[in-house]
Design a protein around this ligand. Structure first.
Ligand SMILES: *Cc1c(COP(=O)(O)O)cnc(C)c1O
Length: 433
């Protein structure tokens, strides 16, 4: 299968080119040329299949032409070695818990899948050593670093803003060593992002080393996120609750919800979507007015969604030929202030004894506000609440446990390189590799 760019001026790319490049040469995002519908018999039997079996069928529809079946199966099975259970929270509202992976955030699925696919291309296609650059405000860095840890032929550079990342998050990517280099930048997240972007545009660097990105612009990171929506449907079907299935996703760069839209295009019976935002509500505004007006992000307590110009909006727009009416007939939006998020966490804990993290809280509240009486809603619970321990504890006025896995990271020794926010310093560091 070939991949085209959402800007429509770059040549079609093979899968391995799209994955190694990340962004298309015309700065657009890669899209698969075709989205295959899965056969009716797959959906008839989906409730008797395991998560890994379901995911393999979905992966085969996208990557089956480019990766041999046994290898693809191995990539899928290695990636999904943890569950994504659907849990009832209250009447007709279910939580899809996506935080049971190594770094306790849904990004583990895409990051692990991408790492294993890149590894396959490096071995089989003779791609030379690849350097993954990732700017993070917390969750992306840890998922990517852990996904790529110890993978031969791949080096990872995680850039993060000094003093702006929680201690738990920092420990998840600064204690790893091996092929992971953590770079503590004397600046803010936007400075880290700017350094990464500038590196991709620097001819000397691109000549010196193969650079790629591992955020949700990468097809290998974003498409696998479709897997767990099929699995969620299978679980609802088993409970006899799969009619009028509504999916609500806490959204920042909109990669996760775009993957859910792809699942629907493949035939998964999702009735409609709700995008939940924090105060960074550019897409919610677009859904209301038809005008897409990106603006600088503001800091919130759901900080993984502090995005002012969501990159995957380009994919949604492309999929529906920029038809606002069509997009808003399929997707609605809801946005919440920090105050509302705190209130929601507290309410849900008191009413249902369910602890939400600040991101999942936006999505839970959006379902409460927008779900119709005949619908069943599933919201993505995208991070374990312990990753935002202080915020959550002060909102619900109770203590929460730190999972063993998270505590183990915190015992590790911090190793990171301090750097200014000057591009010349970053370039020098990379050129020395
Ligand atoms: C990254 C992230 C999101 C936003 O996901 P997108 O795919 O960027 O929309 C939501 N919640 C958490 C916890 C995240 O880490």
């Amino acid at each position: 299968m070939k991949y085209y760019s959402t800007n429509h001026t770059a040549p079609l790319a093979f899968l391995h080119e799209a994955v190694v490049r990340g962004l298309a040469p015309d700065r657009g995002l890669y899209m698969p040329e075709r989205i295959r519908k899965l056969p009716a018999e797959f959906f008839d039997h989906i409730d008797s299949m395991s998560f890994q079996e379901i995911a393999y069928h979905v992966a085969d529809a996208f990557f089956g032409e480019d990766i041999p079946a046994d290898r693809l199966k191995q990539i899928v099975y290695d990636t999904l070695s943890f569950p994504c259970p659907v849990k009832p929270v209250e009447d007709r509202i279910f939580s899809l818990e996506l935080f049971h992976g190594p770094t306790l955030a849904f990004k583990d699925v895409g990051a692990r899948f991408m790492a294993r696919m890149l590894q396959y291309f490096i071995h089989e296609e003779g791609t030379k050593e690849v350097n993954v650059l990732v700017a993070t405000s917390g969750d992306t860095g840890s998922a990517v670093a852990n996904g790529f840890l110890g993978v031969d032929g791949i080096r990872v550079f995680v850039l993060y803003p000094k003093g702006k990342v929680s201690a738990i998050q920092e420990s998840q990517f600064t204690t790893l060593g091996q092929n992971i280099t953590a770079i503590e930048v004397d600046g803010v997240f936007d400075d880290c992002q700017a350094l990464v972007k500038q590196a991709f545009l620097d001819d000397d660097l691109c000549h010196h080393m193969k650079l790629t990105s591992a955020n949700s612009i990468n097809v290998a990171r974003f498409l696998p996120q479709a897997f767990y929506y099929f699995h969620a449907y299978a679980q609802l079907k088993r409970m006899g609750m799969a009619d009028n299935f509504v999916v609500c996703v806490p959204s920042g760069n909109f990669g996760n919800i775009t993957a859910a839209i792809f699942a629907r295009q493949m035939g998964l019976p999702i009735k409609r979507f709700i995008a939940a935002n924090n105060a960074n509500d550019v897409v919610c505004q677009y859904l209301q007015t038809g005008n897409y007006a990106p603006r600088p992000s503001v800091q919130t307590i759901a900080n993984a969604m502090d995005v002012g110009d969501p990159s995957n909006f380009a994919r949604i727009s492309d999929l529906f030929h920029a038809d606002w009416q069509q997009i808003r007939s399929l997707m609605s939006g809801a946005a919440y202030t920090d105050e509302q998020i705190r209130h929601t966490m507290r309410h849900c804990y008191e009413a249902n004894h369910y602890v939400l993290d600040p991101h999942g809280a936006c999505a839970y509240q959006a379902l409460k506000d927008l779900l119709a009486d005949d619908e069943v809603g599933v919201f993505g619970e995208t991070a374990h609440p312990a990753k935002f321990k202080e915020t959550v504890e002060s909102a619900i006025n109770a203590e929460i446990d730190i999972p063993e896995r998270l505590a183990a990271f915190m015992k590790g020794k911090k190793q990171s390189v301090s750097m200014s926010k000057k591009f010349s310093d970053f370039k020098q560091l990379l050129m020395a590799e």
